[in-house]
Design a protein around this ligand. Sequence first.
Ligand code: GBH
Length: 452
Amino acid sequence: MVTNPMPPFPAGFLWGVSTSAHQIEGAAEEREPSVWDVFTAEPGRVRDGSTAAVACDHYHRHREDVALMAGLGVNAYRFSVSWPRVNAPGGLDFYDRLVDDLCAAGIRPVPTLFHWDLPARLDWLERDTAARFAEYVSVVAARLGDRTQHWITLNEPAEHTLLGHALGVHAPGKRLLFDALPAAHHQLLAHGLAVQALRAAGAVSVGIANSHGPTWPASGEPADVEAAELYDVLLNRMFAEPVLLGTYPRLVGDLLSDGKRDVGADLGVIAEPVDFYGVNYYAPTRVGAPQDTGTVFGGVPLPAGLPFSLRRIEGRPVTDSGWPVVPEGLTELLTGFRDRYGDRLPPVVITENGCSCEGLDDQDRITYLDAHLRALHRAIEAGVEVRGYFVWSLLDNFEWAEGYARRFGLVHVDHATLTRTPKASYAWFRQVLREQRSREGAGIRPHDEGAG
Ligand code: GBH
């Protein structure tokens, strides 16, 4: 049981939940195929052999899901727009209805324009995909822009590059190791072009959602410190610095500019100013010098010959996904970013934070979220400007290569009947939001507390 009251967060704070299209919508027949539809059709790609053809059937049940959010008392909802659905006839109508329903419930829509479900005929290794993305973004912005204040261009290009293009455990299943870097560059270019397209459409507030975490060396030995610094470049700096500073860390710049590619002009586009910086935080990473024994990333064995190895963080509880629970890593990450980037760092929004655990009485999730909110508050006290916090996730959903075997929701979904049942964590978060609302300056709309 959590007893201490949560300290008050700043006025105007965005309190929300996050989802993504491919993980919840279903209605696969009403979209073009995405790389994930192709990938999950191949045997052995997803742990439980499942696909997201139905997922949570949110496409047909979005009213019920908006009602669940209204009952929870959030003032914002981060969802993603599926590019392959927008390409299908009537696809944008769905998001138009969703945005209307959210506005009617007093919940601000915060769409992410790309959350890993690339149309199957496209490829991030092709530079042209960035231009195609900007065209698609213009179409979405023209339709939803009158009711949408906050936009997110991309979700976690780091993970999409690493898992999808370097290691091949996510769609599109490419195993290119360091040759995957152009996929990252083209996503970042797509981000910059999308910011321009959104501005042209009159967007007020634009950001990106990047995956970040502190990288801790396995020891003070120079070889471990060097390996941790390299990992910091690959996970954090190579995605933050082009956006915030208009530069790549030297190693990445060298690998990308291999004689045939001049990234200089692109960096000018990638550094198009953003209004907020979205951070998805789950855990830090312990990194050491290369080892002979295999190294594992998020349960995935990594190939031999990498210039680092990933180690266990000892002495911590782990979530069902096997990730260590390290709330103070969030404080460290944000104060570290503030120290590193100074006033080049715009206000931060935590665009994802959460954990997998089983059961309706999900006390481990409550403990995780409570501790991370307090860690976030400590970053605010230390002077980091933070404007919002979104729990991953509203619903148990299709957890990519883990299928339906991992549950991240505040709301349980029975994947046989699609019945939604709020968990203990839903009631806990509703109470946190109530208390925040009741404090002066918490900046949350008065809300009917009836539902849910
Ligand atoms: C996010 O990715 C995605 O945006 C979202 O779609 C997804 O459902 C959600 O998180 C939950 O997975 O083994 O301790 O080194 C998160 C990316 C990559 C973060 C693996 C944690 C491993 C931690 N994650 N990483 S550890």
